[in-house]
Design a protein around this ligand. Sequence first.
Ligand SMILES: Cc1ncc(COP(=O)(O)O)c(C=O)c1O
Length: 450
Amino acid sequence: MTDTDPARVAEITKRESARLAERIPRSIDFEKRASQSLAGGVACSWHALDPHTIYGARGRGSRLWDLDGNEYVDLHCGYGVMVAGHAHPKVVEAVRERVGLGTHFAMPVEETVEVAELLAERFGLPLWRFKNSGSEATMDACRIMRAAAGRDLVIKVEGCYHGSSDGLAFSYWVDAETAGPSERPVAVPNTAGVPEVFGAALRIVPFNDLGAVERVLVDEGDRVAGMILEPVPMNVGVIPPEEGYLAGLRDLLHRHGAFLAFDEVKTGVTIASGGATERFGVRPDVVALAKAIGGGIPVAAVGGTEEVMRVLTDGTMEGEGTFNGNPLGMVAAKAVLSEVLTPDVYPRLEELATGFARDLRDVIERHDLPATVESVGCRGSIHWRRDPVRRFRDETETDDKLQHLAWLFQLNGGVFQPAGDPWAFSVAHTSEDLTRSVEILEAFASAVRA
Ligand SMILES: Cc1ncc(COP(=O)(O)O)c(C=O)c1O
């Protein structure tokens, strides 16, 4: 077992950064203009890439093109939104037709009900409301649990990301030095501007640790409304839940009169027709969905049992939002759920995923790279360390520099994927698309091991 040579990694990173700059002169130039009117030249802080932001132009199926005309196999899929593939004809047709009929009425339309029915069937939860972003969906998921339980505290997992609302923007990517003991982490705001006071309504636990949740419930169970988590964390790479963890959480919480919410913004309708809820056979009280359900149009949803959703049906809780259930989003979601991401596509996604993970592992083993592969359905990631990651703090021990270089290689080789986040592929991807990424990993491995 040999570690990679940091000096060599730095030297190749310099070379690959220069290669990238040669490939994207228009993007580099455009960034100057963009920065005059967009803060930092981007609409979302995550769009800013190191060493250069890349501006996009168009997409079709498994491919996207940047402003310079470079074609990429898209393994980013817009943070996992585009599992339907870019510009899927069924989504394009549905949206085009709706635009001409008017797109906003402050009235639910037929499709609002149809999409709720489709989601109810997939997730086994009877009642739904719509939102426009994952942040709103997770915010409402917590509000519903709090209103239904008549309690204030919510348990949150360190390393899970639930969006940008003040109430949940805590303990995502934290500095282990300031985040307290790993078994009993403290709530740390994700960014400047989030008042610490919101963290007082959270209790933070490590992932895959039932004992930590039980300790919170024993100490403060009568104040805990529920727990929210990504059932498969996908914002610090992919971390699979250990056998029995999700079912154990539900039992523990219910024993203490508290609820369980799955944030399925990334896993919902991607890793199975009914997301993690179906894949792991654990039905939570509340599910938050977004990203892939809209096929590229902003749509989010919150579903729940009769017991929790009664707070909305009886008016105990207000569920607001001007654009909730916007008809444009609803027709897109209907097309995605009934014509594109239909239950029969998941076995093929699974087969592609298994082959992809196997081929990546093969490269890693042959070159003795310090890396492990996690793959769950069409989502997966390489953790740049030798031991598997089972909770967030393990991820802080990964080799960032190697990860960054591997990402640069993919970019220069024509594969766009998130820097550090999981890959996603769509129903339009082929095994050849995925093989391109494997071949690039091979080239990267040969370069760092030469
Ligand atoms: C698991 C999870 N929940 C919530 C969100 C927030 O979604 P949005 O960015 O649509 O607000 C994200 C975004 O990446 C996410 O990954």
